[in-house]
Design a protein around this ligand. Structure first.
Ligand code: AP5
Length: 226
């Protein structure tokens, strides 16, 4: 069952974009494209891109648009993106969204379907403070809501669970401020383009997944793409 569209999950740090993008990507057999994961990989590999991004990410600031756009264009050129994809954490500024529109048009995709996750700041801080991520496969856990069966070990592949260096409370506050300043205006941008949907991201993981599946189904009913 191919998605045949670009999906964008928009929301602040800890809103559950990655958790839901991972599930939806598996369900629809398309890649989950997280610019945060791509940047963390570049940092871990010590590439030139990673070296420029690292200090900004450590401060909770956004990486410049030109760096992110180059990375995304390169990723979309891979054959696995031909049937659609789910972006998590991208675009994050209006210029990124404008450039993405041009890339999608060039690649023969229609308008993206954008879902904005609404979650209160208190819940975001609580969630991010409890997040542990598998260092091998990237599966995400939460010590309060969704702990692994064995502490510190991934249920799926046995990988070691680690905490992100930008998840400390001070840096999360900076990331939330960057979201309010630069990313929130994207909701208006996509609303004006008639492609914005919203979910209540404070509900449980299963319930949010169900709401997203309903959104996918409604969109498919409108334009024939899943
Ligand atoms: P990025 O990696 O994109 O981080 P983010 O957007 O801040 O989002 P998070 O990954 O923190 O949260 P999430 O919404 O995915 O939540 P998750 O599902 O993990 O960006 C990191 C940095 O990279 C940025 O600060 C910036 O510097 C740079 N960057 C990245 N993209 C960029 C771009 N396009 N332009 C410029 N710079 C860029 O869930 C969080 C926790 O909650 C987990 O523990 C999870 O298990 C739990 N949880 C999830 N859903 C639920 C639920 N429904 N109920 C209870 N718990 C839940």
């Amino acid at each position: 069952m191919a998605l045949n569209r670009a999906m964008i999950f928009l929301g602040p740090p800890g809103a559950g974009k990655g958790t839901q993008a991972n599930r939806a990507a598996k369900r629809y057999g398309v890649p989950h494209l997280s610019t945060g994961d791509m940047l963390r990989e570049a940092v871990a590999q010590g590439t030139e891109l990673g070296r420029s991004a690292k200090p900004l990410m450590e401060r909770g600031e956004l990486v410049p648009d030109n760096i992110v756009m180059g990375m995304v264009e390169e990723r979309l050129a891979r054959p696995d993106s031909a049937q659609g994809f789910i972006f998590d954490g991208f675009p994050r500024t209006v210029p990124q969204a404008e450039q993405l529109d041009k890339i999608l048009a060039r690649r023969g995709f229609g308008k993206p379907l954008v879902v904005e996750f609404h979650v209160s700041p208190e819940t975001l801080l609580h969630r991010v403070s409890g997040r542990w991520t598998c260092s091998v496969g990237g599966e995400t856990y939460n010590i309060y809501e969704r702990p692994p069966k064995v502490p510190g070990i991934c249920d799926v592949d046995g990988g070691k669970l680690i905490q992100r260096s930008d998840d400390s409370p001070d840096i999360v506050r900076e990331r939330l401020a960057a979201y309010d300043r630069k990313t929130k205006p994207l909701a208006d941008y996509y609303r004006q383009h008639g492609v914005l949907e919203t979910v209540d991201g404070s509900k449980g993981v299963e319930e949010v997944s169900r709401e997203l599946n309903e959104i996918f189904a409604r969109a498919a009913g409108r334009d024939g793409h899943l």
